[in-house]
Design a protein around this ligand. Sequence first.
Ligand code: CP
Length: 333
Amino acid sequence: MKHLLSTADLSRDEAVGLLDTAARMAATQSREIKKLPTLRGRTVVNLFFEDSTRTRISFETAAKRLSADVINFSAKGSSVSKGESLKDTALTLHAMGADAVVVRHWASGAPYQLAHAGWLDAAVLNAGDGTHMHPTQALLDAYTMRRHLAGRAQGLRSPHDDGVGADLTGLRVAIVGDVLHSRVARANVALLHTLGAEVTLVAPPTLVPVGVEAWPCRTSYDLDATLVDWQPDAVMMLRVQRERMSGGAGAFFPSPLEYARYYGLDARRLATLPEHAIVMHPGPMNRGLEISAEAADSDRAVIVEQVANGIAVRMAALYLLMAGDRSAEGNDL
Ligand code: CP
C-alpha cells in the first residue's frame, strides 16, 4: 500500500491489518512515554485546503507520537490565496522533502491528483476530499465498533477489548442524515461492506445521492421504522452540511425543524434501540438538528471515544505507509 486514498481500495486483509495495527498503537499510548522512534527523520506535511479540527490535530498528534517532523500547511494565509495551483504547491512540498502528505481538499479527487500526477515522491493520505471519501474517519469508526460490538452478530460478546482480529460480520449499522454531501457515509459504506457488516442509509429523499442503488447497502427514508424494526447495533448520525448546500436542488429541504423531527436522534428514538447499541457521530455536531444534546451526551454515545481512537488509527496508517519493511516485521512497536 503506497497511498491511503479510499476505503474502496482496501482489501479485507489490508483493512483488518490497519485496524489490528491501530490496536497495537493504542496499547503503546498507555505507556508513560508515548512517543515511538519509528518515523524519526521523516517529514509529514498536513496540507489542509478546508477547515478541520479533529482530523488535522489527530494526524499531527499521530505523526509526532511516531517522532516524525510535522509541517502544518493551511490554504488560508498561504500562497494558495494568491492563486498558486495544487501542482506548484505539491512541487514546493517535494522540494522541502515531504515523505508523506496528508491532504484535505474541497475538490473530490484532489488527493488522487497529488498521488498520481508525479509531482511528489511521497505517500498521500486522504484526510477528506469534497463529498467523496474520508478513509481514516471510516477506519476509526470501524475500530470503535470493533471495541464495542465485535462478534455480537455471532452471539459473542467482547466489548471494550482491543478488538484485535475481531470481525464485524453481520453487524447492523444505520447511517443517518445528509448522505448526499457525506464523504464519511461513502467511506463507511465501502469499509463496512468489506468487513462484512450490513448498512442501512436513512435520509430524506432530497439528501440521497443519485446512483445509491449501486452502493452495497440498503436505503430507507424512514428513521423510526429502521430503528424499531431493524434494531441496529450502531447508529451513525451525519452532520447536515449546510455549507455545501446552495439554492435549487442543493437547498436544505426539509426545513431544519422538519429535519430534526423526522431524522434527528433524540431521547425518544434512543429508547427504541437495543440496549447494547452505540451512537456515533464523526463531528462536528449540529446539536439540536441531527442529534439532540441528550442523545449526544448519553452513555450510549461513543463520540468522544471516536476522536481518541482516531490517533491510534492515524498512527497505524502513517506507520504502514511510511515505515516500509519495518512495518511488516512490526519490530519497533
Ligand atoms: N470528522 C471530521 O473530519 O472532523 P473535522 O472536520 O473536525 O476534521
